[in-house]
Design a protein around this ligand. Sequence first.
Ligand code: A2H
Length: 256
Amino acid sequence: EGVNPQDYTGIKIQVLEWPASARSVLDKAGLEIEGKKVSLIAATLRPETMYGQTCCFVSPNITYGLYEISSTEIYVCTARAAKNMSFQKITPVRGEANLLAEISGKDIIGAKIHAPLSVYPEVRVLPMDTILASKGTGVVTSVPSDSPDDYATVVELAKKADYYGIEKEWASLDPIPIITTPTYGDLTAVALVKELKIQSPKDKELLAKAKEIAYKDAFYQGTMLIGAYKGEKVEIAKNKVKNDLVAAGDAFVYDE
Ligand code: A2H
């Protein structure tokens, strides 16, 4: 942090239906969310892949805050991220983030959500143990076609659905071809997880390697297979998709 500034896109993933656990936490906090738009804010470096979102990850070990953004909008993210946002003209008052309630990631799992641009109109919130509280918003949207970490996580979740307390179907949506490259084809992350024989989300070193390869390959060699910039180079399409998301009110620029 500080040394390597990251230019994230904050994707607004709207909650359509809360699980009973979350409803009870919000009730106890006396928070009235009827008629308000509540969004989990996922920090991504790959806005051009948002067509392929199949779920959204939170950490069961992180406490999230619900922050008032306007009379009709609430963002869900870590306190650290909310503080940073307050210095980037994202909250109404500079340096202040109005915390309405706190909730454990555990209690959000299973929420039904709408992820902008995704070919799947409704997806679910699922657990990811490797999310760092010290980075981004603590919320990671899942694109298993292009992110080796995301692919390894959904494979693990589908394999041990009972253990993770989720429905297997929530973690079993097919990865969507978003980008093609000459080396890895249409599902880069799936190809790399296979090639490097990655067995689980805990294979840290191999996943770091896969992530590095996937990122460079897509950026320099990738062509879009879907969306408004189908046929264009990823290098060019990336900022166009990002700008469209921001213009539509579905995302904002978030730096740290
Ligand atoms: B990326 P960097 Cl398709 N903990 O978004 C762990 N990972 C986090 C995180 C956190 N607190 N916050 C964000 N991330 C993930 C898409 C994506 C991402 C694709 C491919 C690669 C990729 C969909 N998930 O990341 O450490 C988010 O996942 C690999 C570069 O700041 C975010 O972008 O470099 C990326 O890691 C930020 O990682």
